[in-house]
Design a protein around this ligand. Structure first.
Ligand code: PMP
Length: 407
């Protein structure tokens, strides 16, 4: 990176602590990233100086809060390369963004016998909304078949999507396998068949430049808390023409134009999807996170995360009794693995005694776990504040764990 990861690390107050008497090595960013001082300060400034409700007040604080909230939307539109800020809807997270599409788009469009297509590698947040939408509409839920390593081929995508398909929804980057799916090619296949492509970008937007126009996807969901922003904020990007034809999924204050006793009308985009007092501080925090990531440069973030992942994988490949999951190449920012005969929860617990934080469990991907024939796995994930020294400490702790259980 142009800015060294040591300088970046210094901007994250939480990383400067000891856990179990050792310097914290935080390798759980795929679950939630840490926050730089800029994001913490932006939210502090908002609450200490600019807080008021947005859009409806005419006083100075209401004006400042509205300006800051809408400025965050503009930044997000630029970050995702959307055509217009009207296409950016703030939600509670990626889960809420995907649910919004499933309720407001799929449930309106799908008829019995139509198809909704997903894959078994999906996070539950990109599986359950479609399961429910299929049940509610009579649509058929179809899965793109997976190869033994959990990935799917573009040939299988072509075979699975048909003229009856209305929605295809896949993750850009898998939170277990770590590689990117061929979104642009999938968008072309979906469109050729008259379907829309929904992308779960929770694990991609933190790591590399996303250009929704270039990808030609119809919806794209992101999670603020995984990309240096606060919890409780996410984004749904949607193509303007599609959002226009969708009904809101929540009704109440803020999202109306006119309210009658028996009928009402909605505000224009994007506000018709933001009923109630919006997530003002969250959006402002996300805006600050985007400023920070852009200052570092998303290409630099991608290069750094790829480098650390490769650096770790090369050494993990040499470890006896260690199984890596996912494809050989192309992991970006995360490594999923198991140690023979040691439950991943035990691995994570022992690593914690070395100050190393990793994730263990099914990672909200139970169908993928079954496909890989495991009940759970361990996962180490890297981000822009991690260093080679972090990876060294992680691998050292891993070797000690193996030795401990061999005794
Ligand atoms: N999709 C993927 C691939 C994820 O990794 C996650 C977070 N674990 C989500 C969706 C859900 O995101 P959120 O926590 O913002 O609802």
């Amino acid at each position: 990176m142009n800015i060294s990861s040591k300088v970046i690390r210094d901007l994250f107050p939480i990383l400067h602590q000891k856990v179990k008497c050792r310097p914290l090595v935080y390798l759980d960013s795929a679950a939630s990233s840490q926050k730089p001082i800029q994001v913490i300060e932006a939210m502090k400034l908002y609450y200490e100086w600019n807080h008021a409700n947005v859009h409806r007040g005419v006083h100075t604080l209401a004006f400042r809060a509205t300006e800051a909230y809408e400025a965050a939307r503009l930044k997000t539109a630029r970050f995702l390369h959307a055509k217009s800020e009207k296409e950016i809807i703030f939600t509670r997270g990626a889960t809420a963004a995907l649910n919004l599409v499933a309720s407001s788009y799929a449930r309106a469009v799908c008829k019995p016998g139509d198809e909704i297509i997903i894959s078994e590698m999906e996070h539950h947040s990109n599986l359950l909304p479609w399961q429910q939408a299929a049940k509610a509409t009579g649509a058929v839920l179809k899965y793109i078949p997976l190869q033994p390593n959990g990935t799917f081929s573009i040939e299988d995508v072509k075979k699975t999507i048909t003229a009856r398909t209305k929605v295809v929804s896949v993750s850009h980057v898998s939170n277990v396998l770590g590689m990117a799916n061929p979104i642009k090619e999938m968008a072309a296949i979906a469109h050729k068949n008259g379907a829309v492509l929904v992308v779960d970008g929770a694990q991609s937007a933190p790591h590399f430049k996303v250009n929704v126009q270039e990808l030609d996807c119809d919806f794209y969901a992101i999670a603020g808390h995984k990309m240096c922003g606060p919890t409780g904020i996410g984004v749904l990007y949607g193509r303007e023409a599609l959002l226009e034809q969708m009904e809101p999924n929540e009704y109440g204050g803020e999202m109306i134009e006119h309210v009658g006793l028996f009928d009402s009308s909605w505000k224009e985009l994007p506000w018709k999807f933001e009923g109630g007092t919006p997530i003002i501080a969250g959006a402002i925090g996300l805006g600050a996170a985007i400023d920070f990531l852009e200052q570092v440069g998303m290409d630099n973030v991608a290069k750094h995360d790829e480098h650390l992942t490769r650096y770790a994988v090369e050494r993990m490949k040499e470890m006896e009794d260690l199984t890596l999951y996912g494809p050989e190449d192309g992991r970006l920012g995360l490594i999923t693995f198991n140690l023979k005969s040691i439950h991943p929860h035990d691995v994570a617990t022992v690593l914690d005694t070395f100050g190393v934080a990793i994730r263990a469990g099914h990672h909200c991907c139970q169908p993928l776990m079954r496909h890989l024939d495991v009940v759970a796995t361990a996962r180490a994930s890297f981000y822009l504040y991690n260093t080679e020294a972090d990876v060294d400490q992680f691998l050292f702790a891993l070797e000690k764990t193996i030795a401990f259980f061999q005794e």
